[in-house]
Write a protein that binds this ligand. Structure first.
Ligand code: SF4
Length: 644
């Protein structure tokens, strides 16, 4: 069936999904407007001066919509003073009120500011992690109750010309939704559609929709399902993109770029927020870098079109089935290849940044969790004894049959014509613009791993097109994705690589990452970026996962400082998920995926969670990090850190 999975305009030609233009104060969102950048303040909304000052810093950094938390009527009321204060200083940037649990605060905020964000999971529902058995009749009754609660806000926004964002969060889906649709991307979409329908019943269409999750896979799937559902109706509302609780620094940037970038590649997204556990003005340059990449994307080389009758399901993660070739493909996690081909000679010291350090005293290699699987050395063959887990790829022209060393061929012909091949593993570079090569790959033997290259401006899509062709022809040769970057600052490199590799990993279409950089970055950064992308796409776990909220006016402790303290003590606990949440109102829901949680419950007071259950209450903040470590030990998840 053609177009079975249609969720965007095209998978091959870059094109933004045409959405309704929504007016938010003096700016348009969606339609032909540029991708709007936004962020949220971290100040107490009752502190008018600080809230105005922070908003000005955000606006000066390029923020086009400023969001404030409005936990109760009094904060909503104070938005009037903030709006007036900003106006008097010449800042007319639209403001947004963030509402959870308090419809009456939403109705006050709508009197003064341009947009109201509601969370369908808690606007009229509560979450107790209960499974409730609804009949069709009792479910309908619930919908009537929700309609009664939400309609007054819709009518008020209609009267005042305000916009509403229906902002679904995976972590705070109501028990009603999870009981009926599961704790899933589909549940997120259904939750938003219920609220959309109430708006439409009232002929209110000034809507923006979001589907956020701290898990980029769920987030991408939910936006795609929503876009697909909206395309089947006659109204496609603008999409606000974001990954919640992405964290800080490198992790936060990589996670955000994997989720947001994957969607932007397919033309989805009218406004974005990068949620970092950092000052909000620091989020804007990151958002800007992500959005700017698509300003000229229309002019890319032709890629042969395909319809949406795909050989994989873009709404559900499944890895492409591939042959196992040594430790690549099949059930192996994606490999990481470091490119050292720029070096004339390669010594043991050159691979320190790849996760290997040689201890002269013990005459031993120390191997980090994030140690690459292969190094590409070009025409050079390393002369030192390699660590047991490391293999070398060198050009086929210099390759000799030696342990842990494998050749890479420049193209299919040079492989076929060569008499000097490995019996176990041969890499072949493939220019993915040539789909005719797919037929030739079919006849190759099972020692082959393809390395996919593209010089197309829209290169992720071209690689995906090639992979789809391989799948359509039932070819199971593993494919490593190659991307090269030049002259970029470190942050841009991480954002671009996370998008280009992440978008394929999210659909299970990659058996490895080969990241090459020229005149930028360094080996250590490339290694941590590659492993960070694999961690964010949940395809290879090599470190602790922190789900930390970006903080807002509800935050009850210094999130940045506390996150740093927790990281220091726990960053060796590979695979453990730790939630660090600023408040009890949203925290437990938002970190529902975490193994342990650290949640602000009052000024200087912390609750600790084991999964969804509170196990230590009202702990003094001073000793809360140590108590968290004790808790992890108590439940048997602690290991002592290795000191390399
Ligand atoms: S969890 Fe964090 S960002 Fe979310 S409402 Fe609470 S303090 Fe604000």
């Amino acid at each position: 069936m053609a177009d079975q999975f249609k969720y965007c305009n095209s998978l091959t030609e870059y094109s933004r999904l045409k959405t309704i233009e929504v007016n938010v104060g003096n700016i348009g969102v969606g339609g032909d407007n540029p991708i709007r950048l936004q962020s949220m303040t971290t100040t107490d909304t009752m502190d008018t001066e600080l809230s105005i000052e922070q908003a000005i810093r955000m606006i000066e950094a390029g923020c086009e919509l400023v969001r404030y938390t409005a936990p109760s009527k009094k904060e909503a009321e104070n938005l009037k003073l903030i709006r007036n204060g900003l106006n008097s200083k010449g800042y007319t940037t639209p403001l947004v009120a963030d509402i959870h649990f308090t419809p009456n605060a939403a109705e006050v905020a709508a009197l003064y500011i341009e947009k109201i964000r509601v969370n369908p999971g808690n606007y009229a529902d509560k979450k107790k992690f209960e499974e409730i058995d609804y009949t069709d009749e009792s479910y309908k009754t619930e919908l009537i109750r929700i309609k009664e609660k939400f309609t007054p806000l819709v009518l008020l926004c209609k009267e005042k010309g305000r916009a509403i964002r229906i902002g679904t969060n995976h972590g705070s889906l109501s028990d009603r939704i999870t009981s009926r649709f599961g704790d899933s991307a589909v549940g997120m979409v259904e939750s938003a559609l219920e609220f959309i329908k109430i708006c439409e019943d009232n002929e209110f269409y000034n809507l923006v929709i979001s589907m956020k999750s701290s898990n980029p896979l769920i987030m991408v799937q939910a936006y795609r399902i929503l876009a697909g559902r909206m395309l089947k109706r006659d109204k496609v509302y603008p999409l606000h993109l974001g990954v919640t609780e992405a964290g800080e620094g490198e992790d936060g940037r990589i996670k955000s770029a994997v989720g947001i970038g994957t969607l932007l590649e397919d033309g989805l997204g009218d406004t974005i927020r990068v949620s970092l556990t950092e000052d909000p003005e620091l989020e804007i340059p990151v958002a800007k870098k992500l959005a700017e990449r698509y300003e000229n994307r229309l002019i890319h080389d032709y890629i042969k079109p395909i319809n949406f009758d795909l050989p994989y399901n873009p709404f559900e993660y499944n890895k492409r089935k591939t042959n196992t070739v040594k430790n690549i493909g099949g059930k192996n996690h994606p490999i990481v290849i470091s490119d050292l081909s720029h070096l004339d000679t390669i010594s043991a010291a050159n691979i320190f940044g790849a996760g290997y350090s040689y201890n002269v005293n013990d005459d031993k290699w120390n191997i980090k969790e994030q140690a690459v699987d292969y190094i590409y050395t070009g025409l050079t063959i390393p002369k030192f004894a390699l660590p047991g887990t490391l293999n070398v790829i060198c050009d086929s022209t210099v390759w000799k049959n030696a342990p842990q060393t494998y050749p890479v061929f420049g193209d299919v012909d040079s492989f076929i014509n060569s008499k000097n091949k490995s019996n176990t593993l041969n890499f072949i570079c493939i220019d993915v613009s040539d789909l005719e090569l797919v037929k030739r790959v079919k006849d190759l033997d099972d020692t082959i791993v393809l390395v996919s290259f593209s010089s197309n401006f829209h290169r992720m899509a071209e690689k995906r097109r090639f992979l789809i062709e391989l799948m359509n022809q039932d070819i199971k040769t593993p494919v490593v994705i190659f991307n090269e970057y030049e002259d970029l600052d470190n942050e841009s490199l991480q954002l671009y690589a996370s998008t280009d590799f992440g978008a394929l990993l999210i659909d299970g279409l990659s058996d490895g990452i080969w990241l090459k950089t020229e005149n930028c970055s360094n080996l250590q950064l490339n290694t941590s970026t590659a492993f960070g992308i694999l961690q964010a796409t949940r395809t290879r776990i090599s470190k602790t996962d922190y789900i930390s909220c970006p903080s807002c006016g509800r935050t009850l402790f210094d999130l940045q400082e506390t996150t740093a303290k927790i990281r220091l003590k726990t960053n060796h606990l590979k695979g453990l998920k730790i939630g660090i949440m600023g408040c009890i109102v949203n925290g437990p829901g938002e970190m529902a995926d975490a193994d342990y949680g650290y949640v602000g419950v009052g000024k200087g007071k912390i609750n600790l969670y084991k999964e969804r259950t509170v196990v230590k209450k009202n702990i003094d903040e001073i000793k809360a990090v140590d108590e968290l470590v004790a808790l992890i030990k108590e439940y048997g998840d602690w290991v002592e850190p290795k000191h390399n």
